[in-house]
Write a protein that binds this ligand. Structure first.
Ligand code: ZN
Length: 381
């Protein structure tokens, strides 16, 4: 498979086009800078944006996973999002919203694939306390953490295919974009669902978040249209899908479609997605151009030590900068050699850059500006 253009990972068409003009610095999904994001491709028959699986990229990804750290700086147990200015757990928000879409029985078995430290399982269990919990991830050292959750029944580190169990609910949060063969994986998930069982997928929304392109170990880049197409292609019918359950994310709830005699019609999003990736590429380049000429004697603060902030810091290659993060468990720590400050600690008259899509950055800015009117906030237009 080395250097060969494989088939499209969504529709399996051999007609996949390389996009050598898209060249970005990379960031690993556990937020470390990486020399390059990889070679992008687009399928001419369905428009799915994906990585070319060169031998170099495969080696990079293997290296990233072998030293993976799911929670690099933060000690927070749960990632927080803001609802009308109020912090709320991201998982809780997701579960509240999708419980309006489906009614789950009082008891059942849930498997969370890529469960990490079990944040989603814990949250799910608070809402559906009659359910038995099962987790699956690569790291053996997460076992005790998962098994310490009340109602936890098993933790799997083996190949998914070998799990000898059926479930009523299977979740994949921020997993599908990493899979080399997502259709095949979803088909085997289908076989492990009880009748009436539900699969829940949540991933980043390429449509609104150009920074997603920087993530080295992402193999696929979905929009809601291509994610829905993937689900249909794997033999699922969609119960609900949304780009609004969490900002910058898309999600799908689906069930097995037993009407398998009907062949799936592939919709082609080639032109739309081709325009999207080029628009995102220019947008990212513009951010760097904007900041390149910024007074070199003035320190720049970058808000957020995650993907977009890490990409910005490594692309700017600026001598002096500092981090600002609202997650106080990061205060005083270092990332890429620079210190993380709380918003309170930021020196007066500093400039803080918010590396987020415009509408999100505007909201964050209006919230932070209230506490620190003496700071200049800049963000992408
Ligand atoms: Zn395709």
């Amino acid at each position: 498979m080395s250097n060969a253009i494989r088939k499209c990972s969504l529709c399996l068409s051999p007609s996949v086009e390389e996009l050598p003009e898209i060249q970005l610095k990379g960031v690993t999904s556990d937020c470390n800078p990486w020399p390059c994001s990889g070679v992008f491709c687009i399928c001419r028959d369905c428009g799915h944006i994906q990585k070319k699986m060169t031998s170099r990229w495969l080696k990079d990804v293997a290296n990233i996973y072998s030293e993976y750290n799911s929670y690099p700086l933060s000690e927070a147990k749960e990632q927080l999002v803001y609802d009308n200015g109020m912090p709320i757990s991201r998982n809780k928000r997701l579960l509240n919203l999708f419980s309006k879409e489906i009614t789950l029985p009082a008891t059942g078995k849930i498997l969370d694939i890529g469960c990490g430290k079990g944040q989603f399982l814990r949250c799910f269990s608070e809402m559906y306390n009659g359910w038995d919990l099962f987790g699956c991830d690569q790291q053996e050292d997460l076992r005790s953490e998962i098994m310490s959750i009340p109602k936890a029944c098993n933790y799997y580190t083996q190949n998914f295919e070998k799990i000898d169990e059926k479930f009523n609910f299977i979740s994949l949060l921020y997993v599908i974009e990493h899979l080399f063969e997502p259709v095949e994986m979803l088909r085997s998930i289908k076989d492990k669902l009880h009748d009436g069982g539900v699969v829940f997928i949540q991933t980043g929304d390429l449509k609104v978040n150009p920074f997603d392109l920087a993530v080295v170990d992402h193999c696929s880049y979905f929009t809601l249209s291509t994610l829905e197409q993937l689900m249909r292609q794997a033999g699922f019918k969609i119960i609900a899908s949304s780009n609004a359950w969490n900002s910058k994310e898309i999600g799908v709830l689906a069930q097995r479609d037993d009407n398998i005699d009907t062949p799936t019609k592939i919709i082609n999003y080639y032109q739309e997605n081709m325009d999207l990736i080029h628009r995102h590429n220019s947008w990212l380049t513009n951010i760097l151009d904007d900041l390149k000429d910024f007074d070199s004697n003035r320190k720049i603060g970058i808000l957020g030590t995650a993907i977009s902030g890490t990409w910005l810091a490594s692309s700017l290659q600026r001598e002096s900068f500092f981090w600002v993060d609202e997650d106080l468990s990061q205060t005083g720590k270092k990332h890429m050699g620079a210190v993380v400050m709380s918003i309170k600690m930021v020196p007066a008259n500093s400039m803080i850059y918010l590396p987020f899509p415009n509408s999100i950055a505007r909201d964050i800015c209006s919230r932070l500006q209230k506490t620190r009117p003496d700071i200049e906030f800049k963000y992408p237009q």
